[in-house]
Design a protein around this ligand. Structure first.
Ligand code: RIB
Length: 272
């Protein structure tokens, strides 16, 4: 018959497994699908639309039960399968788990606003990543309310490999920056390295807050202050959502927003 039984495989698409944020998501997804008797096929997309399409083709050929994707999702092919989006969630997605980027943006800006900033620069996440605009909106709300001036540095990418080069460009553009709200932890750490190389003391002359709370952010010294996203939980909840859809055909609540938390470490000054 034409009817083909679906496999017990779920495809997971991640933007960049070199960024320690995404293995945490993967761990959550893996535990979540294993719990329900499924296994994972992994596609590391590296912000490459062709790679994304190729993986979706392979997933289809493997008669996959469904897909979980943390990629901003430019490939239309994904609509041929049941799918859940994680983290980088467009507003038109019915099944999605993400965290509260707007609040995260506000919290990050408050930390800087409370610590005697002289020249604030917001490093904005890439334009094609949906969470960037929400975080920026949160940053700007707080800085405007506090009547603090700031400048924007637009990044093109979150790619791990571009972090150091971007940090270099950042200081070429804003050599006077003393207070930075970074787009994520990887890029924040690259900025800390560059600031230190330029002889600036952290946090006295250069203070910075990141985003994500990847494991290395607390393991280094000075530790990186950051906005923690529950990456493992995001993955686990996404897996549950997909498995519910596959098994029951419906879910009560298809869009889940998780809370973020502030982590204060040595990369910022003492509060005024
Ligand atoms: O570090 C990768 C970034 O891309 C994270 O902040 C995550 O939320 C995603 O949008």
């Amino acid at each position: 018959s034409l009817y083909q039984k679906k496999s017990k495989l779920i495809g997971l698409l991640l933007p960049d497994i070199a960024n320690p944020f995404f293995p945490l998501i993967a761990k959550g997804v893996e535990d979540g699908v294993n719990q329900r008797g499924y296994s994972l096929l992994l596609g590391n997309v590296e912000d490459d639309l062709e790679k994304e399409k190729d993986y979706l083709k392979i997933f289809l050929q493997n008669n996959i039960a469904g897909v979980i994707s943390a990629v901003q999702g430019d490939a239309k092919e994904i609509k041929k399968m049941p799918f859940v989006t994680l983290d980088r969630v467009e507003s038109d997605r019915d099944l999605a788990v993400h965290s509260d980027d707007y609040t995260g943006g506000m919290l990050a800006a408050e930390v800087i606003a409370d610590r005697d900033p002289k020249e604030i620069v917001i490093m904005v996440g890439p334009k094609d990543v949906p969470s960037s605009a929400m975080r920026l909106a949160g940053n700007e709300k707080v800085l405007k309310e506090r009547h603090l001036d700031y400048q924007l540095f637009q990044t093109q990418s979150y790619k791990f490999e571009l972090a150091e080069q971007t940090a270099h460009q950042f200081f070429e553009t804003f050599p006077q920056a003393d207070s930075v709200i970074a787009s994520n932890d990887v890029y924040a750490i690259a900025l800390m390295k560059e600031a230190t190389k330029r002889g600036q003391r952290i946090p006295e002359e250069f203070q910075i807050i990141g985003y994500d709370d990847m494991p290395f952010s607390r393991m280094m010294y000075p530790g990186l202050s950051t906005i923690a996203q529950p990456a493992y939980e995001m993955g686990y909840k996404g897996a549950e959502l997909l498995c519910d859809i596959l098994e029951k055909g419906f879910v009560e609540n298809g869009r889940i927003q998780l809370p973020v938390t502030l982590k204060i470490r040595e990369s910022v000054r003492k509060k005024d």
